[in-house]
Design a protein around this ligand. Sequence first.
Ligand code: UGA
Length: 432
Amino acid sequence: MNICVVGTGYVGLVSGVCFSEVGHHVTCVDQDEHKIKQLIAGRSPIYEPGIEELLVKNQKNRRLRFTTNLKEAMDKANLVVIAVGTPANEDGSANLSFIESVAKEIGDHLTSYKVIVTKSTVPVGTGEKIKNWIQEQCGKMAFDVASNPEFLREGTAIYDTMHMERAVLGVESEKAKELLIELHKPFNTNLVITDLATAEMSKYAANAFLATKISFINEVANVCEQLDADVTKVAEVMGLDPRIGSAFLGAGIGYGGSCFPKDTQAFIQMGQSAGYSLKIVPEVEKVNFEQRKRLVMKAKQAFGVEGLRGKQIAVLGLAFKPNTDDMRAAPARDIIPMLTGLGAEVRAYDPVAMQAAVSYLPHITFASSWQEAARDADAVMILTDWKEFKELNLNELKDELASLIVIDGRNLFDPQLMKHHGFYYDSVGRAK
Ligand code: UGA
């Protein structure tokens, strides 16, 4: 198949690369010339394990191309995939201005029948709007609009796409259905064929449900702390029930990233404008933010009456999750200002996200290793579950620290072991 992907952000780039990897011919378009040059040179603008190998390989075998010229990219394509960003408006609703301008430009260049597929996360009804925007420009030229939301996770995006568990095909015509089935054939995955609105809704429902699972287990964790139960074991028991499933029951400091916070907000807005006020999802968001505050309170508690003023805190982990340098809605961006607001001094280390973090966290210092961050610190606070931190040598940590306090927002260590080593160790949903 010949595919044109518009937008080389996370979704567009990963989809384009993976479509070419399974044998389709793909042209990715972006208006950012610098980005396109970088991609042609085989360098990925996003940190994503495995992506650069596929970028180089599939450009070499000529199945993958990059350009800033949409008209040229659309020329031979039977499918045009829209994968541009939908940032949040001030009220939390999704901003469709990028989608609108791309749809209009597609309409301008439409010279033969094509299926225009939306992969960006868009509110229900956007497919209809896209149809109108294209139509306004292209007049009587035949085309179909389809919805094919993306479920990949950052950090495992290539794996998730190559091994997708399902694909939702929101279609309005047989022709569009057939083309999307052909697109997905090499992935050998479960296909759910539906209408546009249902496909669009499924993405919000899936993300809101996963966010709910996280806030739910965080609340369980908070009760566990009061009653000396262990949330990790509770989650293990719950997860063994296939009706519940073990994924996304990791208690901690709440979700971050570019998707859950934005999509839960947009879902609430979407419900509201459709005449239904969601009740669970707004509470999920509140619990999520409270969870950040609780970790700061744990740090404060560790120092008793002395409080945090003047204390040197080593923060390990800044990215919203491991294997990414993404700082969007990262818990660190809420937690660190709370710590400094209470008078603490923060020295932070993250294996890849420090460069991305600088502009968000101007009042802290950065270290080039966890050892340097921990050197003579009064406490360590863990905010991202990087493997490097899970595997750190506790004796080495003891040698670096001025006082043996570890506040762990990601439950990386066994509380018994930490006690045995002489640490004051406070984590989430487990006895101190
Ligand atoms: C999420 C979804 O998992 C993807 O399916 C979806 O396609 C994507 O959003 C999107 O809408 O584009 P992502 O934001 O990359 O993917 O990251 P996740 O792995 O889902 O993690 C989100 C946050 O939840 C992280 O901050 C993570 O630390 C937190 N989390 C996750 C927990 O606190 N506990 C858990 O048990 C799992």
